[in-house]
Design a protein around this ligand. Structure first.
Ligand code: ADP
Length: 537
């Protein structure tokens, strides 16, 4: 900086600079006694300058494990050596006045003084920075463990290992609620490699008398500075296997707590809020994982039940029914069958056919819901499917004296499965005729609306009250009017119809109108969706 009165350089007072520095600045003589201790050193290590001056630095801030190395270093430099650590930036643990360890980054150097080498160090506390990095590593390790595990035990072990390794806990346990024993069961445990905690293992933790049970029932983290000092079921064994500080966090589920994560350390330590927050967050991830797995397991079970249901219907009902229908037809063909017997056989045939229809509906439904119903995809003519359905309904229509009018183009090709589209037309036209009293009319239209093909089936029948329309697509739902009218039905046709329409990426709606009659509108795409362009973002 330029001097105001004549071009010289203002001399900075080195002592003032060092006193004002944010870095701790310490000097020690060749015996390792403190000769200088600035205010930042007071703040970093807790000793005042007066307390520190003249005392061996190792007594003040060097952890036990590092003292030998420190002494050797001093002696080597005093004997004329270069000192392995001099001139380097180091990250080392140091001890604070109150006994807890901190991490410091420091640079060490030596200068020759009148009484031999003098050592000086600049240092600052990096405990927070290292803790944040360690927590980050821990969270990443847990996330990786949860995504790659193939079952709950493997996930539990991987999470315990991830936390234990990154946060330096020698032993950890995962406890899960078990309703059969009305307590917790140990689902996974982990010991730091090279250590053995077998005597400490227990498989069950009753709620209340054990630390994992207490955290579980309270839903709150539990910090025990020294579990070996008594008061818990495993206190005596904890002392034997050198486990002391204990942190247990509950794993909270959507409805009830699912279990706890328990971590044990080999020192006696006071509660650390940040650590409890981190581990509570990790327990929440584990909770989400457990709930996801539970849902997946339920889905697998459900799919298995559906498979069994489909197999039951196919083998136990459908096959015997076909036999009944076939033998009934054979007996009817017999010319010697009396009139009365013929009437009875026809009744058996009709009822068996009805049962077959129901069984087929149930089978379709189960297959649709489990994704097993195959749809053939290809270009198909919607008008042919509708014409065939009209032909099939013609006998009933005539006998019921219901007039059917159709407005169809010659052809309307859409991508779809002809058999399933015929089923849609059969259901809607069959319902319209079934729920329309004699003398009524049914109007069937197919129209090309450009992007969609529209099938409309309108009737002048008993109608569906507005407040009942939203339930129409529920399984087995039948309107009270249709039940009271004694019209047979299963309440499955519309469910199947909608599933087929939706698997063709179409929609089915009921026209909103008051008064008698019902109009169903099915809209089906006339083209397959074009490939979605690649995103530019
Ligand atoms: P099902 O006709 O075998 O009972 P659906 O699933 O086809 O079963 O129909 C469900 C219910 O919707 C019917 O029971 C009936 O109450 C009502 N419904 C369906 N179509 C009509 C219609 N065209 N007119 C009046 N009610 C209808």
């Amino acid at each position: 900086m330029a001097d105001e009165d004549g071009g010289g350089t203002a001399a900075l007072d080195a002592a003032a600079v060092l006193d004002g520095a944010l870095e701790a600045f310490i000097t020690v003589d060749r015996q390792g006694r403190v000769t200088r201790w600035n205010p930042a050193a007071e703040r970093t290590f807790g000793y005042t300058t007066a307390e520190a001056l003249g005392r061996p630095v190792e007594e003040l801030i060097i952890p036990d494990d590092y003292r030998d190395a420190h002494r050797h270093g001093l002696a080597a430099v005093a004997a004329g050596g270069t000192g392995r650590l001099l001139g380097q930036r180091l990250e080392l643990p140091a001890r604070h006045r109150d006994g807890h360890l901190i991490d410091v980054e420091l640079t060490l150097n030596a200068l020759d003084g009148p009484a031999g080498p003098e050592f000086f160090a600049f240092a600052h506390d990096i405990t927070e920075r290292r803790r944040a990095a360690r927590f980050g590593r821990c969270e990443l390790a847990v996330a990786t463990a949860l995504t790659s595990a193939h079952d709950t035990r493997a996930a539990g072990e991987a999470v315990l290992a991830a936390v234990g390794t990154t946060l330096d806990w020698p032993y950890a346990e995962l406890w899960l609620a078990d309703h059969d024993i009305e307590g917790l069961r140990c689902a996974a445990r982990w010991s730091r490699p090279g250590t053995d905690h077998t005597p400490f293992h227990i498989d069950r933790a009753p709620i209340g008398s054990t630390a994992p049970g207490v955290a579980f029932s309270s839903g709150q983290p539990v910090w025990i500075p020294d579990v070996a000092s008594g008061g818990y079921a495993r206190s005596a064994i904890a002392a034997e296997v050198n486990l002391h500080v204990t942190l247990i966090v509950p794993i909270l589920g959507g409805a009830a707590p699912l279990g706890t994560l328990a971590f044990f350390g080999s020192a006696v330590e006071d509660p650390e809020d940040l650590l409890m927050t981190l581990l509570s967050g990790i327990a929440a991830h584990v909770g989400q994982y457990l709930e996801r797995r539970r849902a997946e397991e339920l889905a697998v079970q459900l799919a298995r039940t559906k498979d069994e249901f489909v197999a039951l219907i196919t083998h136990e009902l459908r096959n015997p029914l076909s036999v009944i229908v076939a033998y009934g037809e054979m007996l009817l063909e017999d010319q010697d069958t009396s009139r009365e017997r013929r009437r009875l056989l026809e009744a058996i045939g009709r009822n068996a056919a009805n049962l077959s229809a129901i069984v087929n509906d149930l089978l379709d439904l189960a297959r649709l819901e489990s994704g097993q119903l195959t749809m053939r995809a290809g270009s198909t003519d919607l008008c042919t499917a509708v014409r065939d359905a009209l032909d099939a309904a013609a006998t009933t229509t005539a006998s019921k004296r219901v007039t059917v009018t159709a407005h169809l183009p010659d052809r309307l090709a859409i991508p779809g499965d002809p058999t399933r589209l015929r089923q849609v037309a059969d259901n809607l036209i069959g319902n319209a005729v079934k729920y329309t009293p004699p003398g009524g009319t049914v109007t069937v239209c197919v129209a090309d609306r450009g992007d969609t093909a529209e099938l409309t089936v309108a009737d002048t029948g008993i109608g569906i009250p507005t407040d009942e329309r939203k339930q129409l697509f529920d399984r087995f739902y039948r309107t009270p009017t249709s039940v009271e009218s004694g019209i047979p039905g299963t309440g499955l046709g519309l469910v199947i119809t909608r599933a087929i329409v939706e698997s063709h990426r179409g929609t089915i709606t009921i026209e909103d109108h008051t008064g008698p009659g019902t109009t169903f509108i099915v809209a089906l795409p006339t083209a397959l969706p074009s490939a979605v362009p690649a995103s530019t973002t």
